[in-house]
Design a protein around this ligand. Structure first.
Ligand SMILES: [Zn+2]
Length: 129
């Protein structure tokens, strides 16, 4: 997934590159007068090439940052999931260890969650009673 900003950076770097390629030839023509000024043209090309590279690098950097940010979000979600998984059995062992659940209460066969009698579905995993 790449962000719009990075796309804009990359596309504009290509556009700037094309424009500067033409611009370099124009500069060479204008500065050179009758004789074509190759040095100015090549200097313009090198400058524009570096500028394009810079723009493109910013685009790449944004992509990397976005990817890293997404990875962090995924990691955080995984950690939350792990935390909820590890807490679920701990929460379920205490009610099942305690003397028989109150009238009609039931324990989920899938996750071991203690559910109230009037709950038809497990309030933790949604499994039918
Ligand atoms: Zn359950």
């Amino acid at each position: 997934m790449s962000s719009t900003v990075s796309k804009v950076c990359k596309i504009s770097s290509i556009i700037v590159g094309i424009l500067c390629f033409i611009g370099g030839i124009v500069i060479g023509n204008v500065l050179g007068g009758r004789d074509f000024d190759f040095v100015s043209m090549i200097t313009a090309w090198i400058c524009s090439f570096l500028f394009c590279l810079f723009l493109f690098a910013i685009g790449e950097l944004i992509d990397l940052l976005v990817a890293a940010n997404n990875n962090l979000i995924v990691l955080a979600e995984q950690q939350e999931e792990l935390a909820s998984r590890s807490s679920a059995p701990a929460a379920s062992t205490s009610p099942s260890a305690s003397p028989a659940p109150a009238s009609g209460d039931w324990v989920c066969k899938k996750c071991g969650m203690h559910n109230k009698a009037d709950n038809r579905f497990c309030r933790d995993c949604g499994t039918y009673k």
